[in-house]
Design a protein around this ligand. Structure first.
Ligand code: SPV
Ligand code: MG
Length: 263
């Protein structure tokens, strides 16, 4: 069988994602929600893709609340993965169930060359972080650690990444709860932690970053504090910024603009 030389040179997608997480530089990945948006993100020069739950739900025309089934999400990921060469990090919501669902998810993601999955410590069905955050119950810490461990145990590719997303600030808890959870998830084997905040300023995530002090790669999603200069994140030792919904917003705005002209 002929060997494709390009394959020899380019590390696999999961290795690329791991390299981005471990890179001493601040890295950026961009949301995509279907094949064409994934292709555009890659062509623009981004080194990775955030397969956003919100954006994928929106392009199906449903709420960001697990109304699309996990297999429908995986089917869409296959189109995105087939058309791109850069790593895809799936926003895996709460893992679509318990530790057994997580095991099956990881297996199916690896089969489709998805580089990693991020799961958040809330309950299934999840609700978007910016809706009634304070009324959203968090997952039991031990149960969530079990999901992380189950995912890590079932991966075949050593570079496949599992990121633990902490929703403590979103649900109205403070820094100590966020840190307690992050440490537990780190010990359970998470390859990085994502700390989420709904403030319009980066105060919470900066306090967290200071205390976390580089224990593992730290990821943020500046959806609400988007106007913060990225230099602030760089100085705080953040590893990766996710631009989480720019592509879906841009496409909706473009469609609305063009359709108005036809009326
Ligand atoms: C998503 O992109 O679906 C996210 C990020 O989870 S956010 O909507 O900003 O919480
Ligand atoms: Mg999401």
């Amino acid at each position: 069988m002929a060997i494709n030389k390009a394959d020899l040179k380019t590390p696999g997608k999961s290795t690329q994602l791991r390299q981005l997480l471990m890179s001493p530089k601040l890295e950026f990945i961009m949301e995509a929600h279907n094949g064409i948006s994934a292709r555009i993100v890659e062509q623009a020069g981004f080194k990775g893709i955030w397969a956003s739950g919100l954006a994928m739900s929106a392009q199906f025309g449903v709420r960001d609340s697990n109304e699309a089934s996990w297999t429908q999400v995986v089917d869409m990921l296959e189109f995105m993965s087939d058309i791109t060469h850069i790593p895809i990090l799936l926003d895996g919501d709460t893992g679509y169930g318990n530790f057994n669902n997580m095991r099956r998810l990881v297996k199916k993601l690896e089969q489709r060359k998805i580089a990693g999955v991020c799961i958040e410590d809330k309950q299934f069905p999840k609700l978007n972080s910016f809706i009634d955050g304070e009324r959203q119950p968090l997952a039991d810490i031990n149960e969530f650690c079990g999901k992380i461990k189950a995912g890590k145990d079932s991966q075949q590719d050593p570079d496949f990444c599992i990121i633990a997303r902490i929703e403590a600030f979103i649900a109205g808890w403070g820094l100590s709860e966020a840190l307690r959870r992050a440490e537990a998830y780190h010990k359970a084997g998470a390859d990085g932690v994502l700390i989420h905040s709904k403030l319009s300023r980066p105060n919470e995530i900066l306090e967290f970053a200071k205390e976390w002090a580089g224990r593992s790669p730290l990821i943020i999603v500046p959806t609400t504090y988007y106007s913060t200069p990225t230099e602030v994140f760089r100085r705080a030792g953040i590893s990766m910024v996710i631009w989480a919904n720019q592509m879906i917003r841009a496409s909706v705005a473009a469609m609305e603009k063009i359709i108005r002209r036809q009326c």
